[in-house]
Design a protein around this ligand. Structure first.
Ligand code: SF4
Length: 701
């Protein structure tokens, strides 16, 4: 009704990188109804089942409402002053004795851009270490590394509206139907409107996304680079080659072709595909100008993830299919603000505003802008390395913010051991009882979705506001406020903001700082938004960067010579292959209705119905060989750990593979963390873990 409409607040869904706009209407102090925001240009009012159930996730059950400190082994309530004083005193003592690299932040793609900006500024500009990494390392760091190698900057050159006009959409390692449902529905509508749109899905599993595919290529796990090298080789001999684009705007094709040389027959054999299907894919790709290659975790979460990304980008470059409507390589981001985190440099190997940690001029520019006492001068530890360094004692203090690494990291039992050994574990969170918070010495209550206020950036580089529509419960505070209070306790200036809009303005100013031809030019530039006053920030409509132009429309890339790079991608197999005691390959991923480690979606009854418990998908013939039947409990074990799950024969699983979802945690009757099983192998360039390929055994439990 009219009065409720008056109370509605336009905000953004906190789950996936699609970044759908929602309207929330408060129904009392801790409840709200949530509907799609018809005016938001990324979803036009549509919401998937997770977004629609957001209202069910509100309420104070299990919330962390007061600071706590550990005393005699037990957590007890404390004042903010006591908790922050204790954290800052111990942190400072560790830095004084062991240096700035003995402390670290481990943050999250759930953070708002303003929170991320403050965390990054604190570590890199004031503590003086780049030991700040994020759970976004686990989902899209291979895409970041691939973009930087090809374009000179981390840029996604596709907009959602391009999906409406593409003639071919290739989805690689992406169960878009379940993981990015609103984008998937957009592809379906495009197919309905223009039935000639060809949809190709490349995925070892026959997922829900395959139901609409014109062609499904059930590629052998880990062989994507062979498939795309074969495509590059094929395109280079076809009429699809854009010789003028290659000559004027790229470098390195000859070297890339040298390692990509492979026939379609060899591709079919290596990738365990039908030759006719490989040729169908190659011919269609060559014949279709408007082609978008969307890729997600199946590409990124690999020990060759960065090469997979570049193998895909190479195919777009050779045909000049980039920077124009309806085409391009398209990294579909996992988390709601993985992109915003990248903008502020919230990764251990990045600076801020798309500047580079390993460039002295970039470091000097950021330090000059911040006026900070120091600037980190080398990359910090990436997620997996960070927790290994904590276990060995090299890093002695860690502050975990808005994430749950004891569940989500590979070899998750190692993370437990690491946190148990750390001298200081600070955790900021929304919920109290997580597997990670059990190790906290200082536990700090943060504002949740609906209470916090700031910005996020989605997969098409669109900045949207997340707005508060509920009061702050208990003593919970915004993450940026907690970090700023902490920084001030350490004696740092530069953290005196009184409102998140001031942080956004500083971030926007930094994006434009010396961002001119001949100096530090970047496509990421939102300087025009720096002038927003409080009212302007509050009223900010969704805005896409670069503002008012298409990425690469001028075919100018971010290297000094303006040219894109073909990257040679010599194919290599996953680090650990199945065989011997571990004959099957574990693949992990999401289910349709849950999100991350279920700390939020686990509260919604509507969402629990789809998949009430964890499971292992197993091919019936493999189940027979393992001596397990559908519906029975099985133990799935690797060299690194084990988990128990109920056997299913669904999920479109191929022989030789098993699939277990990532969501279930250690708070259930039996510890259901699949992370305990996953091998701690990472891509050598991006540091992204190989979540999709761990050799395992399956036995009756
Ligand atoms: Fe939220 Fe993603 Fe669903 Fe949109 S598609 S409603 S952003 S979970």
């Amino acid at each position: 009704n009219l009065s409720q409409e008056h109370l509605s607040v336009c905000t953004t869904c906190p789950y996936c990188g699609v970044g759908c706009g929602v309207k929330a209407t408060p129904q009392g102090p801790q409840a709200a109804t949530v509907t799609g925001d018809a005016a938001h240009p990324s979803n036009f009012g549509k919401l998937c089942v997770k977004g629609s159930a957001l209202g069910e996730t509100l309420g104070l059950d299990g919330r962390l409402l007061h600071p706590q400190v550990r005393e005699d082994g037990q957590l007890r309530q404390a004042s903010w002053d006591e908790a922050l004083d204790r954290a800052a005193t111990q942190w400072r003592a560790i830095v004084d004795e062991h240096g700035p690299d003995a402390v670290a932040l481990y943050v999250s793609g759930q953070l708002l851009t303003e929170d991320y900006y403050v965390a990054n500024k604190l570590m890199k500009g004031y503590v003086g270490s780049a030991n700040i990494d994020t759970n976004s390392r686990l989902c899209m760091s291979s895409a970041v590394a691939g973009h930087k190698r090809a374009f000179g900057e981390d840029l996604v050159p596709v907009n959602y509206e391009d999906l409406d006009i593409a003639d071919m959409v290739v989805l690689v390692g992406s169960n878009t139907a379940w993981c990015h449902p609103i984008l998937f529905q957009r592809i379906l509508r495009a197919k309905e409107a223009r039935p000639h749109l060809k949809i190709v899905v490349i995925d070892p599993r026959r997922t829900a996304t395959c139901e609409v595919a014109d062609l499904h290529l059930p590629v052998k796990p880990g062989t994507d680079v062979w498939l795309f090298n074969g495509l590059l080789s094929y395109l280079s001999r076809s009429s699809a080659v854009d010789a003028a684009f290659i000559a004027n705007h790229t470098r390195g094709l000859t070297d890339a072709l040298e390692v990509a040389e492979i026939t379609p027959e060899e591709v079919a054999q290596t990738c365990r595909l039908k030759l006719d299907d490989v040729l169908d894919f190659y011919e269609a790709f060559a014949a279709t100008a408007k082609v978008i290659t969307g890729f997600s975790m199946g590409v990124n979460q690999s020990s060759a993830g960065t090469d997979k990304v570049n193998a895909i980008i190479n195919c777009h470059l050779v045909a000049g299919r980039i920077g124009k409507p309806g085409m391009g390589p398209f990294s579909i981001t996992g988390q709601p603000n993985a992109m915003g985190g990248r903008e502020v440099g919230g990764l251990a190997n990045m600076l801020a505003a798309h500047l580079d940690l390993d460039q002295p001029t970039h470091r000097a520019a950021v330090q000059g802008f911040w006026g900070s006492p120091r600037i980190a001068d080398k990359p910090g530890l990436k997620a997996v390395d960070l927790f290994q360094a904590i276990e060995t004692g090299r890093v002695k203090a860690v502050w975990v913010i808005a994430t749950n690494p004891v569940v989500s990291l590979p070899e998750a039992d190692q993370v437990r051991r690491a946190l148990a050994k750390a001298e200081l574990v600070i955790a900021s969170d929304v919920v109290a009882g997580t597997d990670t918070n059990a190790f906290a010495h200082v536990l700090l209550p943060a504002l949740a979705w609906g209470e916090k206020d700031g910005t996020v950036t989605n997969s098409e580089r669109r900045i949207s506001r997340q707005r508060a529509f509920l009061p702050a419960p208990g003593e919970a505070r915004a993450d940026w406020q907690i970090l700023s209070d902490f920084a001030q306790r350490l004696g740092y200036d530069g953290f005196g903001w009184s409102h998140q809009g001031e942080i956004f303005a500083e971030h926007a100013r930094l994006s434009a700082w010396r961002n001119v031809p001949g100096d530090l030019p970047r496509a990421f530039e939102i300087g025009a938004l720096a002038a927003l006053d409080r009212a302007g920030y509050d009223a900010l409509e969704p805005v896409q960067w670069p503002i008012g132009r298409r990425v690469f429309a001028d075919h100018q890339f971010s290297f000094p010579d303006g040219r894109a790079r073909f990257v040679p991608t010599a194919p290599r197999l996953p680090v650990h292959m199945a065989g011997g005691d571990y004959p099957l390959v574990l693949n992990t991923g999401r289910v349709r209705d849950q999100w991350h480690t279920m700390t939020r979606t686990g509260r919604a009854p509507t969402l629990a119905g789809h998949t009430p418990e964890s499971f292992v998908d197993l091919h019936p013939q493999d189940a027979l060989l393992c001596g397990v039947k559908e519906g029975e409990l099985a133990r799935i074990a690797s060299q690194w750990g084990s988990v128990v799950a109920r056997v299913r024969h669904g999920g479109g699983i191929a022989r030789g593979s098993v699939f277990i979802p990532i969501h279930w945690n250690g708070q259930t009757a039996s510890d259901a963390r699949v992370g305990a099983v996953v091998n701690p192998v990472v891509d050598p360039v991006s540091g992204e873990p190989e979540f999709k390929h761990t050799p395992v055994s399956v036995d009756r439990f």
